[in-house]
Ligand binder design. Structure first.
Ligand SMILES: [Zn+2]
Length: 388
């Protein structure tokens, strides 16, 4: 998306890390490389390539991506310890996201620590990663259940050692756009670090929350293709990239015409299908059946067009079913050089609707044209008969 005069937002894709955490999703090494290449070609700014602590196979996969000379930053996800940083170093990445719990609950359960101890541990691990020459982002797990002063304390410790960004993770997808906006606004008073928002979709609000976070001052969106990820998934890359310029006066470096191909690639690798009505990339989002809508579109496309399909490399498509009207039938016939008069049209429409009802599906254009020819010749025969 290339709109000038608006804020440039970084798109950080975590399909290969959070996306692969979706139940039953496994990417092979060639699939990971193909996804990473497609992401960078589409223009994402950063790829979170995996979790090195998962083992040597994962380290090798991350290494293959890190050494592919992609024109974007490649990072790895680490827990809050030095051995995870060592595993990341073996993968050859230049950047790590070091994740630390921000809520008191997660601090207690996962680290048996209080905020000050977490800050000390962040100081130690971030210092270690920086000494090894890594760029460091601090990941704030469960930030949406945290006291923002705790985040300020811990992010401050990371910032002093040269961390460049804080990830506000709505790990459990608890927020709504209004609370997200308030949190991120207040967080800006607690830290000078760049802010990335990582939203989960448990309430179906990940996209809305990410847009709210950006409006409140976050400069980075953490996303996955198709929203693939833990539980209900993450904010979908394709929705964020298309919605940002329209809703937040912000833009990304992503080429929107690449989104459909990217979605297909990831869906195939995840052995999943893309829902037909999936925003931005679903097969049916520019397909129109309703007679009222089709008549409007055919008269002036702006009547029922919110999103221009051309910006996604796509086009409107008219289909014939029980909700169709005469305008669609006329257009289909006219394209085939068939001139449909009023009576033939009305009769054709009734027959087409009856077929669609009986078969509970669409009527193919070829069938519509065949029926139209039948109607016209029946009428001509009738006229001939009358004149004899
Ligand atoms: Zn996540």
């Amino acid at each position: 998306m290339t709109q000038s005069g608006s804020q440039r937002i970084a798109i950080n894709d975590t399909t290969l890390r959070d996306g692969e955490q979706a139940p039953g999703v496994v990417f092979t090494l060639p699939e990971k490389l193909a996804i990473a290449r497609a992401l960078s070609e589409a223009g994402v700014d950063e790829i979170e390539a995996g979790t090195p602590a998962m083992g040597e196979e994962e380290v090798e996969a991350i290494a293959a991506i890190a050494s592919a000379n992609l024109p974007c930053r490649v990072g790895a996800w680490c827990r809050l310890n030095e051995s995870d940083v060592d595993a990341a170093l073996r993968s050859g990445v230049k950047m790590v996201n070091i994740s630390a719990p921000m809520s008191r609950l997660q601090m207690r359960v996962k680290l048996k620590a209080e905020p000050r101890e977490v800050a000390e541990r962040v100081t130690r691990v971030v210092a270690y990663a920086r000494e090894k020459g890594l760029e460091v982002a601090l990941g704030g797990e469960d930030s949406s259940r945290a006291d923002l002063r705790d985040i300020g304390l811990i992010a401050g410790a990371a910032a002093r050692l040269g961390a460049f960004r804080f990830r506000f993770a709505d790990t459990l997808g608890l927020l709504d756009p209004f609370s997200t906006y308030e949190y991120i606004k207040r967080l800006r008073d607690e830290t000078d670090l760049a802010i990335e928002f990582h939203g989960h979709n448990d309430l179906g609000l990940a996209t809305a929350n990410t847009l709210a976070a950006i409006r409140a001052g976050a400069g980075h969106a953490s996303v996955t293709v198709l929203g693939l990820g833990e539980r209900a998934g993450n904010a979908p890359l394709e929705e964020i990239c298309v919605a940002l310029p329209r809703t937040a006066e912000a833009r990304t470096g992503v080429d929107a015409t690449r989104l459909a191909g990217l979605a297909e690639l990831v869906a195939h690798a995840a052995r999943d299908s893309i829902p037909r009505a999936k925003p931005i990339v679903g097969a049916d989002i520019f397909t129109h059946e309703s007679g009222i809508h089709v008549a409007g579109l055919l008269s002036d496309v702006r009547t029922y067009q919110g999103l221009d399909p051309a910006m996604l490399g796509r086009r409107h498509k008219v289909v014939i079913g029980t909700h169709s009207g005469l305008a669609a039938l006329r257009a289909i016939c006219a394209a085939a050089g068939i001139d449909l008069d009023g009576k033939a049209g009305a009769s054709l429409l009734a027959r087409v609707k009856a077929i669609a009802k009986r078969t509970k599906t669409l009527v193919p254009e070829s069938r519509v044209r065949q029926l139209a020819r039948e109607e016209i010749s029946a009428r001509e025969r009738g006229r001939l008969h009358d004149s004899l």
